[in-house]
Ligand binder design. Structure first.
Ligand code: SF4
Ligand code: SF4
Length: 189
């Protein structure tokens, strides 16, 4: 059975399913406009039920729909509270963030998750996107055959992914200055 129809900037969109008692994003994800830090239960959350202020919740919450709600082809093991993972599509679906519950920091490395996430990474890289896993403020770029740990990712950090001459992918973190210099040199080509 399909989920509720929601309003998006592109018009009405019918979700594949509803949250049905899952509340994991109300813990794992940051909701800066309402002052909720990542990996902290929101004070409005009724665990196992939903949002205690559902009718008046702010746009940051109203407009968020995880991958589990959007993609009806995901099997039951991807239910966020089962996987301990939250998928978020980005860049119009070309990229994906995988946020692990900090109480299960290795969840994304378990099977069947890790292999599937690497397959999604291969598809994303092919269309100019990326898949990045997050455990708290630690970032991990997922590549088709492995992952690259970036350490703590700050607001001023950029993720640089490149294809090496041997055809393999590599990734690293770069600061604002290095990213600006790279952009300038690319523009000058
Ligand atoms: S993680 Fe997804 S399914 Fe769970 S509460 Fe958030 S939006 Fe709903
Ligand atoms: S306000 Fe509601 S939807 Fe938003 S984080 Fe808190 S419990 Fe979740």
């Amino acid at each position: 059975m399909a989920g509720p129809t929601v309003t998006t900037p592109d018009g009405p969109f019918t979700l594949a399913r509803g949250c049905d008692g899952c509340t994991l994003c109300c813990k794992v994800l940051e909701a800066a406009p309402i002052g909720k830090p990542a990996n902290t239960w929101c004070t409005h959350c009724i665990r196992g039920a939903g949002c205690g202020i559902h009718e008046t919740r702010e746009p940051v919450c109203r407009e968020y729909h995880c991958g589990w709600l959007i993609d009806g082809s995901l099997s039951e093991e991807w239910r966020p509270e089962t996987a301990h993972l939250i998928l978020t599509y980005r860049d119009e679906g070309r990229s994906m963030s995988v946020h692990a519950d900090e109480d299960h920091p290795d969840a994304w490395l378990q099977e069947p998750y890790y292999s599937q996430i690497k397959r999604w990474a291969a598809l994303s890289l092919g269309v100019g996107g990326r898949v990045v896993a997050y455990v708290g403020n630690q970032g991990f770029v997922i590549l088709p055959d492995r992952h690259v740990a970036l350490g703590v990712l700050g607001d001023d950090d950029y993720i640089f992914i490149e294809r090496l001459p041997n055809g393999e992918w590599d990734a690293r973190k770069m600061g604002q200055d290095e990213a600006a210099a790279l952009q300038a040199s690319s523009a000058g080509l």
